[in-house]
Design a protein around this ligand. Structure first.
Ligand code: SF4
Ligand code: SF4
Length: 674
């Protein structure tokens, strides 16, 4: 056997040319013409994809960057110099300009804009799945491919076929390779729906063969398409496949029923005519899943992006254990089987599910990076709330989950509290009682809380616009210097800083232990206390990404339909977001140093890191943002005796070695208390 590989250089300089056509078919027609200019990527999509984004409120700013049209091609040019790539793009533009029906065109040659355009394309799978107001769309015909010079005609015929079945799916894909990724709203729970699915697949496979294409451009055929392989290869070749497999697998034990002697495409479906999952009462509302936890557990499409090991945040527990059960996909599957009652039969008390969720660090990497935004941190929280209903939790849950209470008590006598947590011997007992590893050090309480400091100082900028600085439990009680610095920055930027007097906590640690009744109670206290300010539109600025994430993500899921919760969600900012979006003229003080930057998981996955980077750039710092994923602390996860080893492994992947080798004098910048 021989495999011939074609190595492609990774050019250091790139730009992006976006072409807009009256429809996606015409975009397809022009592929051969644009490929003559040797772009290193040629991607495409139709206007339905952007409609999906609008329904989801996704990429609204990025969409504005698209030139007019209803079908687009994105062309990336690469080379050694800016001149070279710009020349190549301009020569294509010049050629197209002189044509009848020339496309609209927009060239981007700055990294941030290019990144925004790529975001539109890269989010297509997740963005076109589970769209509010639309039926869920599924894989099945998600990977067909035809020769690049026939994409336009194929798209016309394929879209007509979709129309015959009453479907209007979003279309996107690697148009330059003729490979189209489309999720189709098959109805897979009734016999009529299954008949239509089978009939469509029969017609679609015939169509792609007519165009000299393939059912699968880059994915496997699998059971979804294998039944039709004789159309593609002919009976003789399929028989040869069968004989070849039989040499190695005479008893037919290896992945039976997939490519050879395949099961029918409607056998063994995840859904099917007997799909009737329970709809348990839940704490979260799962609006994006049509208010159903069962629907949420259906999200995973199984492509396994969560099993990559090299970059991003998702999924740290898989990256260090290499076990499917500790991946996002494994957990999503077990939750699905738990609701099915087959083969897992103990419902919310199922120990297998508990074991699989135990090493989830609740980093939310999956919510941000999984193509369909599987949100295991939320499902874990939901599961634990039921698993422990009426039962005692482990000691660490009370030690860390209720940290807002312990910290309040400690603030009356911080020296005494620190005596118990910092004195050798006593601290060992404290760690034992809290369920923490003896190898960790409990952080000391500050001698004076941020709120005590703030209450004792005179008011500044009295007649300037007000902002509320969110004094989270961690910055208030453990690192008040961070919050004091934020006050200085905001006042320097011309704002009057207000800090709620009442003791409030967003309850972030409670989510890790499924203490959701108390979490909801704390959120309602916040809404009651801040209601006048929220209704006046006063921005709330947070410093701890995981607390800001509660306001931006969990709160409206837990307290559904509360208008003030929605307002607070809209008007909560991280400090960097606020400086970028609301105080753009502020002259950020200069800091001529080197820095190594580690972003908090929730910041990278749920809030996005762009504003932080812009602010860092403005400081003049010479910085490197690490692709360090999760640091392994994840709230109190890394403190806990049973999680210490996994936590350390996560940290040792990238972050800890990078800190050890950072140049002397470099700042180590990490936002978030953990
Ligand atoms: S969890 Fe997300 S990334 Fe992992 S297999 Fe499922 S859909 Fe893919
Ligand atoms: S929250 Fe983090 S650790 Fe948990 S499944 Fe998602 S990516 Fe993995």
């Amino acid at each position: 056997m021989e495999i011939v590989g074609n190595l492609v250089a990774d050019p250091p300089v790139r730009n992006l040319l976006v072409l807009g056509y009256p429809d996606v078919y015409q975009a397809g027609d022009h592929i051969p013409e644009v490929l003559r200019y040797n772009p290193i990527a040629c991607e495409g999509f139709n206007d339905r994809l952007l409609e999906d984004y609008k329904r989801k409120g996704l990429h609204l700013n990025e969409i504005k960057l698209m030139p007019n049209g209803k079908g687009w091609l994105i062309l990336e040019f690469g080379g050694e110099t800016k001149q070279e790539v710009d020349d190549r793009a301009h020569s294509l533009m010049e050629h197209l300009k002189n044509q009848k029906n020339a496309p609209t065109m927009q060239l981007y040659d700055d990294k941030p804009r290019e990144h925004q355009i790529w975001e539109i394309r890269e989010s297509a799978l997740g963005g076109s799945s589970f769209v509010p107001g639309k039926e869920p769309a599924w894989a099945g015909w998600e990977d067909s491919a035809v020769p690049a010079d026939r994409v336009g005609s194929y798209l016309r015929d394929l879209d007509a076929l979709f129309g015959k079945y009453g479907w209007q799916p979003s279309i996107f894909g690697h148009f330059g390779q003729g490979c189209l990724h489309i999720r189709v709203p098959f109805e897979l729970t009734t016999q009529t729906g299954l008949d239509r699915f089978r009939s469509f697949m029969d017609e679609a496979t015939t169509l792609v063969v007519k165009y000299g294409g393939s059912f699968s451009g880059e994915h496997g055929d699998g059971q979804a398409r294998a039944q039709f392989l004789p159309k593609l290869f002919g009976d003789e070749i399929v028989e040869a496949f069968r004989e070849f497999k039989a040499i190695w697998d005479p008893d037919g034990k290896m992945n039976p029923g997939k490519a050879i002697d395949a099961y029918s495409i409607t056998e063994n479906l995840k859904l099917g005519t007997n799909y009737d999952p329970p709809q348990p009462k839940t704490h979260f509302h799962y609006e994006a899943d049509r208010f159903s936890f069962s629907n949420a557990t259906l999200r995973c499409v199984g492509v396994g992006k969560c099993r990559r090991e090299e970059n991003g945040t998702m999924c740290p527990s898989y990256m260090v254990t290499h076990e499917e059960m500790h991946s996002t996909r494994g957990r999503a599957r077990l939750l699905f089987e738990m609701l099915q009652g087959n083969p897992l039969s103990d419902g919310w008390r199922d120990e297998h599910v508990k074991e699989a969720l135990d090493l989830c660090l609740s980093c939310k990497g999956c919510k941000g990076e999984c193509p369909v935004n599987v949100d295991i941190a939320t499902y874990k929280s939901e599961f634990l709330s039921h698993y422990y209903d009426g039962r005692l939790r482990p000691r660490s849950a009370y030690a860390s989950g209720l940290i807002h209470r312990w910290a309040r008590v400690a603030s009356w006598m911080p020296a005494t509290a620190n005596f118990f947590t910092q004195t050798p011997g006593l601290s060992n007992l404290a760690k034992l009682a809290a369920g923490y590893s003896q190898k960790r050090q409990i952080p000391p309480f500050a001698p004076r809380t941020f709120k005590q400091w703030f209450a004792a100082r005179v008011r500044h900028n009295e007649h300037k616009p007000k902002v509320i600085l969110w004094a989270d439990t961690f910055n208030n009680h453990f690192t008040p210097g961070v919050a004091r610095a934020a006050v200085e920055v905001l006042e320097d930027a011309g704002y009057q800083v207000c800090v709620p007097r009442k003791s409030l906590c967003c309850g972030r640690p409670l989510y890790d232990y499924g203490m959701l009744d108390l979490a909801e109670k704390l959120l309602r206290e916040i809404l009651t206390s801040l209601r006048p300010a929220i209704q006046q539109g006063i921005p709330v600025i947070g410093l701890e990404p995981s607390c800001v994430t509660v306001f931006r993500d969990e709160m409206t899921n837990l307290i559904h339909g509360d208008e003030d919760a929605k307002r607070l969600q809209q008007q909560t900012f991280l400090l960097s977001e606020f400086l970028e979006q609301k105080a753009g003229d502020y002259q950020i003080p200069q800091l001529k140093r080197q820095a190594v930057v580690h972003g908090h998981c929730h910041h990278k996955s749920t809030l996005q890191f762009e504003a932080e980077e812009k602010v860092l750039r403005k400081t003049g710092l010479e910085y490197q943002i690490l692709d360090s994923g999760c640091c392994g602390m994840a709230g109190a996860f890394g403190y806990e005796r049973d999680h210490y080893a996994v936590g350390i492994k996560c940290g040792e992947r990238v972050l800890l070695p990078a800190i050890r080798t950072a140049s002397k004098g470099a700042l180590i910048i990490a936002d978030g208390f953990s």
